[in-house]
Design a protein around this ligand. Structure first.
Ligand code: ZN
Length: 190
């Protein structure tokens, strides 16, 4: 088909389709967000930038082959760690088998180290997927490892911008990083 100027146009009658109960809101301009999330490096992404800094600057406690571990700058509890793949991927299903395996091992080690260093009594762990899933930095996958203690409370976000906590983060990073190299390996397959 064509319009009065001869430019091609499309009509739904040109396509084989059965009508259904859904209405469509076409938003092609949003495709840029989808495409941008497909593994592209994002210069503004803190989890892409961190590995290029020193461990002290980036609060990194361990570096693996496919993933690394750093302190959350805004911890829910002291020792709140994040396990991130180096690759800029947004969801867990985009991770390769190697990335999944190493994220798992690093998460196990994080639990052992936090139990040793700070006597964590329990953990909350998880990955918030996407903005609607509650991810603070939705574009780059990260696994939370939050140590829990009897009677703890989530006061840290309130005071996270004080100088005292900045110093504490540095102290925590030093302690966790030192304990990491002495941590036991994962259990062998029975
Ligand atoms: Zn990234």
């Amino acid at each position: 088909m064509s319009d009065a100027s001869g430019a091609p146009t499309e009509s739904s009658s040109d396509f084989a389709a059965a009508p259904d109960a859904f209405q469509r809101l076409w938003t092609p301009h949003r495709a840029v967000y989808v495409e941008k999330g497909q593994g592209a490096h994002d210069d503004d992404c803190p989890f892409c930038a961190a590995p290029g800094k020193t461990d002290e600057e980036a609060l990194i406690v361990a570096r693996g082959e496919h993933a690394y571990v750093l302190l959350n700058l805004f911890p829910y509890n002291p020792g709140h760690l994040l396990v991130c793949p180096y690759r800029h991927i947004s969801t867990y299903d985009q991770a390769t088998a190697d990335e999944v395996a190493e994220i798992g091992v690093l998460t196990q080690t994080a639990m052992r180290v936090l139990t040793t260093v700070s006597h964590a009594q329990g953990f909350n762990m998880g990955m918030n997927q996407g903005d609607v899933g509650g991810a603070g930095i939705a574009a780059h996958l990260h696994q939370h490892v939050v140590p829990r203690y009897a009677g703890d409370s989530n006061f840290f976000p309130i005071i996270a911008q004080t100088k005292a906590v900045t110093q504490l983060l540095d102290d925590v990073r030093t302690a966790v990083s030192a304990a990491w190299s002495q941590s036991a390996p994962p259990p062998a397959t029975p």
